[in-house]
Design a protein. Structure first.
Length: 536
């Protein structure tokens, strides 16, 4: 299935093209048919590419023939499986349908290969896009807004801010900057590269905005945890009488997930039901993730059970939801159910299951899942190793955890050594803790948490001289601890506060907030918290 739509069959179109005697008739006929289309899907790139046989390769310039880029865009996905050489020939106008079919026949076995091969090919094509554009630019072919928008989107996907800025300047130079397509792509580019000010400036300068441009700027702020800005932009969008699409709703749900705002997330759930998006796969997946991470595990389970069709993301979202709540048995059950639904678990799936085992302290099950992942040909990553180390450390198996780290196929990072150090502090293992702290300081000498944990480890064994040395070393290296913040939702408003923070009257005066937590904390715990805070 492709993104090209025609009201006639491909076979009939190619038959009609054979009766045209001149190239401009082919181009005109194809362009007319394309402009009048949006009803039937365009199927079969082999038949579609026979149109290239009617076009003179020497005159096949995208700038002159408006149908070229439409045809190429519709067939490019299959060309990724064929190979970059023929993709390049198609873009440059030197390929014909027979040569492409022949190449595909020779690489037919690879077209149904693993996902990693397809991803590598896609990455190679994205890297090759700029070279293709440069070649077309040397030939004097001026890019249209569609082509330029694709290139800008590619820069955003790769995080190439400098290259994206060059194409931004090119769009201003050739007069296509006012295009909604260009503006939306630039907003996404700057957002993905972390330049929200430039993204909003492009949005402000757009003479006309549609749902796509509004969605792009909302998604950009959602990616950077700008929750209130997302809500304000959405309210402004609603005032313009524009209808949010499914991607708008998904971005808003993502913002609620990042900020753990369950109440507002429920409101957006109601909105997407009214809009008719409650059957969209990515919306339902976003709902599962939002409810699971915001404290509504039962609502997440309900959405998951009601889904008529579940993909891998659906299963992973639910598994991570159970992992967050420490419901390891449910995560393990879902892993078994995936086999019955012909869903192949990936590395993310096993990471969620291992996280569940870690929170529940299921050492044997965790080892079994880790070995099962390797048996299925999935290479463990640092996050998987970190889960096993933390699992062993929480169980007090510190020697086993250290041996596991030393046998890793990849070099351990600071997170893994920090996890072992935390476990050593809890179980008062002095020697392994010192070793873990030294390893972590070599990787992250400026991490304040390592110094604090090391000092607490010395304090547990009453080595006060070493505690003083650690604090002196922190001062010499200029390492400072950062203030931790918490947040609470009151009446659909999210408030952030820190320890001993009395600046927010809503938190202090609302009787439904903190007082209910008092009976849960013993006097001994509160005293220990006060002593620990006063030391630092």
């Amino acid at each position: 299935m492709y993104s090209l739509f025609l009201p006639v069959s491909t076979k009939r179109l190619c038959t009609t093209m054979k009766h045209f005697t001149r190239e401009h008739q082919v181009v005109s006929g194809f362009s007319t048919l394309f402009r009048s289309s949006m009803k039937a899907e365009f199927k079969g790139h082999r038949k579609a590419l026979t149109i290239l046989d009617f076009l003179n390769p020497k005159a096949g310039k995208v700038g002159e023939n408006g149908c070229h880029h439409r045809l190429i865009q519709g067939c490019m996905q299959d060309l990724l499986e064929i190979g970059l050489q023929k993709s390049s020939q198609l873009v440059s106008g030197t390929a014909d349908s027979k040569s492409i079919e022949l190449t595909e026949a020779n690489s037919g076995d690879n077209s149904h290969g693993d996902v990693s091969t397809s991803r590598r090919t896609s990455i190679l094509w994205k890297k090759n896009q700029l070279l293709q554009f440069e070649e077309l630019h040397k030939r004097g072919i001026s890019p249209d807004p569609t082509t330029l928008s694709c290139i800008i989107s590619s820069c955003g996907a790769k995080g190439s801010l400098y290259a994206g800025e060059q194409f931004h300047a090119l769009s201003v130079k050739n007069g296509s900057y006012d295009s909604i397509l260009i503006g939306s792509s630039l907003i996404s580019l700057y957002s993905k590269c972390g330049n929200l000010d430039s993204a909003y400036q492009v949005f402000e300068e757009m003479p006309v905005r549609n749902t796509i441009s509004w969605t792009a700027v909302i998604a950009g702020y959602a990616q950077h945890w700008q929750f209130r800005t997302c809500l304000n932009l959405f309210n402004l969008m609603r005032r313009t009488k524009l209808k949010p699409n499914d991607f708008t709703c998904a971005s808003l749900l993502s913002a609620c997930t990042n900020f753990a705002s369950l109440g507002i997330g429920r409101s957006f759930h109601s909105l997407e039901i009214r809009m008719g998006y409650n059957s969209y796969m990515h919306i339902l997946n976003a709902l599962i993730s939002m409810y699971a991470k915001c404290g509504g595990i039962e609502e997440a389970r309900y959405v998951f059970k009601q889904m008529p069709c579940k993909d891998l993301i659906s299963w992973n979202s639910m598994i991570f939801g159970y992992a967050q709540y420490g419901v390891a048995d449910q995560s393990l059950n879902l892993l078994q159910e995936m086999d019955g639904h012909n869903i192949v678990p990936d590395a993310i799936t096993f990471l969620g299951v291992l996280s569940s085992c870690r929170h529940a302290g299921l050492v044997e099950q965790g080892h079994h899942c880790f070995n099962l992942m390797i048996e299925r040909g999935i290479e463990p990553e640092l996050d998987h190793y970190s889960c096993i180390v933390d699992l062993l450390g929480r169980a007090g198996l510190l020697t086993e955890a250290l041996n596991f780290i030393e046998k890793m196929s990849i070099a351990p990072n600071a997170v893994i050594w920090g996890s072992l150090l935390s476990s050593c502090r809890v179980h008062r293992n002095y020697w392994i803790g010192i070793h873990a702290a030294e390893k972590r300081l070599l990787l992250e000498p400026g991490c304040a948490a390592t110094y604090v944990q090391l000092a607490n480890l010395y304090a547990n064994v009453e080595c006060w001289s070493h505690v003083a040395k650690v604090r002196k070393l922190m001062k010499e290296r200029g390492v400072k601890t950062t203030t931790g913040y918490s947040w609470i939702e009151i009446g659909y408003e999210v408030y952030r506060f820190k320890a001993e923070d009395r600046s927010n009257t809503q938190i202090l005066t609302n009787p439904l907030n903190m007082p209910c937590l008092g009976p849960l904390c013993s006097h001994r715990m509160l005293s220990h918290m006060h002593i620990s805070a006063s030391r630092w």
